[in-house]
Design a protein around this ligand. Structure first.
Ligand code: GLC
Ligand code: GLC
Length: 830
């Protein structure tokens, strides 16, 4: 069952009924100002940091679901009938409901009682405000008199304090209302130099800023008293809960449309000129007023929206594909890169499942997110790399998270996740391959943000690799520390105390427990670093990184191989985890993906054997589950993994992030069919028709889909902010379609399903444009790909970087698979 459909020409997903199984959200903004918006206008906004600078309130896990948002109410003066065009919060019957989620904007509208209304929400590029443009049309045969009420509830900035410190909060709230603009200025009197504003383009009939005056005693947002009565109270908030509501009266002739513009924004003043006049307590509005005036103008709004559309077209132009699969096309061409932008910007901080108060930017998460983003906006990737590296510790280890506002490591969580530093090497390698900007390696970067501790970035990478080498266990495999990629495999935790954090508790010394996954990741990172060193002219370094990779590869083959698959780890007692010897958790997915991806076992059959085992033990109709058999009980020696009932999260769900690793591994052994099959199982668009089972948005990846051991197999959770976004994009574009940036140029080496006859792609790379046509033909003998560059055969599969500004055309010819449609396509038929 579906709740809407893709509109690929418009790059939108169109939801046609408001009662989706969960709020289906979108994001507004991509630089400093962000908002989440659901298909019924729920959600909230923040400036940079979802915890520390939250503008509006949202109630997570509330009843009804998805409470708090960017609400509008219409009230018909003649009948007194009232409703919200976005369905929530009144939830009264609406006709022709439509929510169009696009790239950086959402439009929600409907019709009721002959009145059509649609609101477009977006953040203009470069601004710290959001626009709501509402169009109301009278489709009745008679004149209509309407009241329009807007409503937001202000958050008192720090979202955690806001939700907990009521003895203070109920007395601090302050607003100003000047010329119809509502200013929220709680704590502006003391140390804040920022405020929020909520403006409307129309003459007001009234306003409210005290929530309880607007709602009325004991009422919720579904039927505010002011709306019911058709009259605002002109209330000024003193403490309690400041809100913002404008009341506009509108008269419409039959067929007439009226446009209203609302602005919700964030503004800062220099600390020494906060007040006007100086010495007063009145906000100095000289800087913000021109911004408000500018965007309340309909033509400016239209122009800003066009800029947003152009911005995305420009970004998405970097890679465009046309393949035999509509799921691949729409995912690769816009939804997946769009999701990558969101994960890059927000890490795991704010979604329908991440409350925005708990987590900053994850070190491993952000480095991986970068892999999906770097080709679109390399300058921002560069900045991110330097920020991340500056949270590295002198040991080479890394803070697990940092706060985006302060860019400092988060002490509460600290370090000790032994995979963390290695991801930095992958991120830098991806950046260098995309840009060839070797200069970044010389950038001075501090450790733990400490001035004076700077070394060139290159040394950070050396220390990252050294960190693993200095922490090897009894089998010569990397010690796991608190956890590796799998946050819930906590082999040194041994926690028996309820509520104790699995990720920060180490009740046992960590000298024994080892991770085969980190070993695989290490081989990949050390190999990348060797290439980087070679390009820097450091031959000895390159040699020693290669040697370290080879030693680790050997350790994996000797102690990490179980016979039919790669083991996962050794626990605190030196017993294998993820082995046929175990009763549960006999096979884990992570090393089966990561080891072949790193090149381990490719030439002795281990990789192929491991992938066979994955297909045999982990494959389900909804994707590959993380492990089998699921753990039926909590095990002290394994940690959080047993917190989850079988089939959920790390305990044997389809933890989507891991699936693309296996996809890539399959391409590394040349199995295009299976790579594509695994890819498609978790592709959101390919799952759209079972939206009632999947329940999350069909246009973005979710972190997990319940596995076969769960009572609800196929049910997704934790959509949007997941490393799946980056890895899925990498797996399909770089390994299945086979177009990947390398230091020496653009490699084109597809590994396609056998029934594909080919595809075309356009890739912008280091300023040049590559028009790529891939086709299978029965005339091609042998099994490799032959490239033709501007018609001339090329040796190998790397197209050297072309001069910036030029366009080159590349044909890639693959042999047809016997017995498939592709075999019948000949050169002349093309
Ligand atoms: C979450 C975390 C990520 C971790 C994964 C597996 O997605 O954000 O860092 O690797 O869970 O536990
Ligand atoms: C829990 C989740 C895991 C997440 C971690 C973050 O362990 O299962 O997915 O990465 O919390 O702290």
């Amino acid at each position: 069952m579906r709740y809407g459909h893709f509109d690929d020409a418009a790059r939108e997903y169109v939801i046609v009924r408001p009662d989706t199984p969960l709020p289906w959200i979108n994001y507004l903004g991509s630089e400093d100002y962000f908002g989440l918006i659901s298909n019924t206008a729920g959600g909230y906004s923040f400036y940079r940091d979802a915890r520390l600078r939250r503008l509006t309130r949202y109630r997570y896990n509330s009843v009804p679901y998805d409470a708090g948002g960017r609400y509008l109410y219409l009230r018909d003066a003649a009948s007194g009938e009232l409703w919200s065009p976005s369905w929530q919060p009144t939830r009264t019957g609406v006709e022709d409901y439509r929510c169009r989620h696009g790239l950086g904007y959402t439009a929600i509208g409907s019709r009721q009682a002959g009145i059509a209304a649609e609101t477009l929400y977006f953040v203009p590029p470069g601004e710290t405000l959001e626009i709501w443009r509402t169009r109301i049309t009278n489709r009745r045969g008679t004149r209509a008199r309407l009241s329009v009420f807007s409503a937001v509830e202000f958050c008192l900035w720090d979202a955690w304090e806001d939700a907990t410190n009521f003895q203070r909060n109920f007395s601090t709230g302050e607003v100003e209302v000047v010329d119809g603009v509502i200013y929220h200025k709680t704590e502006y009197r003391e140390r804040r130099n920022h405020f929020a504003y909520f403006a409307c383009s129309e003459q007001l009939a009234g306003f409210d800023t005290q929530r309880d005056a607007f709602l009325g005693p004991y009422r919720g947002w579904e039927r505010p008293l002011a709306v019911e009565q058709g009259q605002s109270g002109d209330s000024i908030a003193h403490g309690w809960a400041p809100c913002g509501s404008h009341h506009v009266e509108v008269e419409l002739e039959p067929g007439e449309t009226r446009e209203l513009v609302y602005l919700l924004g964030y503004s800062e003043n220099p600390t020494d000129s906060k007040f006007d006049p100086p010495g007063s307590q009145t906000i100095d509005k000289r800087r913000v007023r021109p911004v408000i005036e500018r965007y309340l103008d309909a033509a400016e709004v239209e122009a800003a929206f066009q800029r947003l559309r152009d911005h995305w077209s420009e970004i998405l132009d970097v890679l465009h594909v046309e393949t035999p699969s509509e799921h691949v096309d729409r995912t690769v061409n816009f939804w997946n890169p769009y999701q990558c932008m969101v994960t890059f910007a927000l890490s795991r901080s704010a979604s329908s499942f991440e409350s925005g108060v708990g987590r900053g930017m994850g070190f491993r998460d952000s480095n991986q997110d970068l892999l999906g983003f770097v080709h679109m906006v390399p300058e921002r990737a560069r900045e991110r790399i330097l920020d991340l590296a500056a949270t590295q510790l002198p040991s080479g280890g890394a803070y697990h998270q940092y706060q985006p506002l302060t860019k400092r490591g988060n002490d509460a969580i600290g370090a000790g996740f032994n995979d963390d530093p290695l991801w930095l090497v992958l991120a830098v390698a991806a950046y260098l391959k995309e840009t060839a900007d070797l200069g970044i390696l010389d950038e001075p970067v501090a450790y733990d943000g400490a001035p004076g501790s700077e070394t060139p970035l290159y040394e950070h990478l050396q220390r990252a690799v050294g960190y693993t080498l200095e922490r090897l266990g009894p089998h010569g495999l990397p010690l796991i520390g608190r956890a590796d990629w799998n946050d819930c495999l906590n082999l040194n935790c041994f926690s028996e105390t309820p509520g104790e954090s699995f990720q920060t508790t180490e009740n046992r010394s960590g000298e024994v427990a080892e991770s085969v996954f980190i070993a695989g990741l290490f081989v990949l990172a050390a190999t990348e670093l060797a290439e980087i060193a070679a390009r820097r002219g450091l031959g000895d370094d390159a040699k020693s990184f290669r040697a370290a990779a080879a030693r680790m590869d050997a350790a994996v083959c000797e102690h990490g191989w179980d016979g039919d698959w790669f083991r996962r780890a050794y626990d605190h007692f030196g017993n294998p985890v993820g082995s046929a010897q175990n009763d549960e958790g006999r096979i884990f997915i992570e090393p089966q993906g990561m080891c072949p991806l790193a090149g381990i076992g490719l030439d002795d059959g281990k990789a192929e054997r491991a992938l066979e085992s994955v297909a045999e033990h982990l494959s389900t109709p909804h994707g590959l589950v993380l492990l089998q058999p699921a753990f039926s009980a909590y095990r002290l020696e394994l940690g959080e993994i047993g917190s989850y009932p079988p089939g959920y999260k790390e305990n044997a769900s389809v933890f989507c992030h891991t699936n693309p690793w296996v996809v890539i591994a399959e391409t590394r052994v040349g199995n295009g069919n299976r790579a594509f099959e695994h890819y498609l199982r978790i592709n959101p668009s390919a799952r759209e028709e079972q939206s009632d089972v999947h329940r999350c948005e069909p246009y973005v990846y979710a972190q997990m889909i319940a596995g076969k051991d769960a009572p609800t197999p196929g049910e997704a959770k934790n959509s949007w902010l997941t490393g799946t976004a980056a890895w899925a994009l990498v797996s399909v574009t770089q390994w299945i379609l086979g177009i990947r940036a390398e230091h020496d140029g653009l490699r084109i080496e597809p590994c396609l399903p056998s029934d594909w006859t080919g595809f075309t792609a356009t890739r912008r790379f280091r300023g040049a444009t590559y028009r790529i046509a891939v086709r299978r033909t029965s005339e091609r003998r042998g099994d490799g790909v032959q490239l033709l560059l501007d018609g001339r055969p090329l040796d190998g599969t790397v197209v050297p970087a072309a001069a910036a500004g030029t366009t080159v055309s590349v044909e890639a010819v693959l042999p047809a698979m016997p017995g498939t449609a592709a075999e019948l396509v000949t050169v002349s038929e093309r």
